[in-house]
Design a protein around this ligand. Structure first.
Ligand SMILES: [Mn+2]
Length: 325
């Protein structure tokens, strides 16, 4: 398992510190919004744009191993007019990723509401602050402007999307890794969130069977879907469906949870790493969602907690991978 950090292509404090920590893989968050009036070549998903980003990462000492941003997909998720154009962009993006030798795209579903938190200032260990979610604060919120967005309609829209893009990803040799709904709770404000359970993940990978149709196993969300996360890792890992991993942790339930330090959550991370090791997972994992430590601030930097997370994960990996079996 390779440990990576989410970072931008430009050199900065994160790239300097991570290089000093011995990290060599980058998860890219690059802008993928269409530029109006630009030529195909100038769009951020073009081969030349991706190669430019890749060259910047390499100049900083990192391999561009995963792209974790997405072009617009809202019409795809809602089955609206215009989804064909969005699908065309996703397909072009996947082909260009393949040509550029970038092996994994972390996709996500989560229509309309995306990632939800109700607080970013929950007191945690030693006065650190973490984010969290409390469904009581959203339970009585009105429906969104889209009204009821039903579960089976979401499955139909997902099937339509996967049937068109998975063959393109497979041909391009790019693995799609679907990130869970965060929180993994459905519905919220009338919007079904289908990537919220282990059974639904199995349904998703079975919908369009392909080595390219995989999972972005964000442990913070998966640990809220099951009491036995190592078993879920083994379930999908044995099918070779894990494309990417987010290592983070929480305490609580899908309805009410707070994020935690990596060593302070409800998950047995040692058993999780044993499961990744045993199924032969050789992809990338990255720490995800950091507490605010010291002078860190959610909106600009997490350098101190990044260092803690990476050091902890490197030690954990070394301990688990060197165990006698
Ligand atoms: Mn995540």
């Amino acid at each position: 398992m390779k440990i990576a950090l989410h970072m931008s292509p430009e050199a900065g404090a994160t790239s300097t510190l991570m290089k000093q920590c011995g990290i060599t893989h980058a998860v890219a968050g690059i802008g993928l919004q269409p530029i109006p009036g630009a030529s195909e070549e100038e769009q951020p998903w073009s081969y030349s744009s991706l190669m430019q980003a890749k060259a910047s990462y390499e100049k900083n000492g990192f391999e561009m191993s995963v792209i974790e941003s997405r072009p617009p997909m809202e019409k795809i998720k809602l089955g609206l007019a215009g989804r064909e154009e969005e699908i065309e962009i996703v397909c072009a993006f996947l082909r260009n990723m393949g040509k550029a030798g970038i092996p994994v795209w972390c996709s996500a579903w989560m229509p309309i509401l995306s990632v939800l938190r109700t607080s970013y200032a929950i007191p945690s260990r030693g006065g650190a602050r973490v984010s969290g979610y409390d469904h009581d604060q959203l339970r009585d919120e009105p429906l969104t402007e889209y009204g009821l967005v039903e579960e089976e309609q979401q499955w139909e829209n997902l099937r339509y999307f996967l049937q068109r893009v998975v063959p393109v990803a497979e041909e391009a040799d790019v693995k799609m890794a679907m990130h869970p709904d965060d929180p993994p709770l459905s519905p919220i404000r009338g919007v079904a969130r289908i990537m919220s359970s282990i059974d639904n993940y199995q349904r998703m990978v079975d919908l369009v069977p392909s080595p390219a149709n995989g999972i972005g196993l964000c442990q913070g969300n998966f640990s809220l879907m099951t009491d036995d996360l190592p078993a879920a890792i083994r379930q999908f890992g044995e099918q070779k469906k894990i494309g990417f991993v987010h290592l983070r942790d929480v305490r609580g339930t899908p309805e009410k949870f707070a994020e935690t330090f990596h060593d302070d959550g409800q998950t047995d991370l040692v058993e999780c790493l044993r499961a990744y090791r045993d199924v032969g997972y050789e992809g990338v994992c990255r720490p995800d969602h950091y507490p605010e430590m010291g002078d860190d601030r959610f909106d600009n930097s997490h350098h101190i907690s990044q260092l803690f997370a990476v050091g902890y994960l490197k030690g954990l990996r070394e301990a688990v991978y060197s165990e006698r079996r």
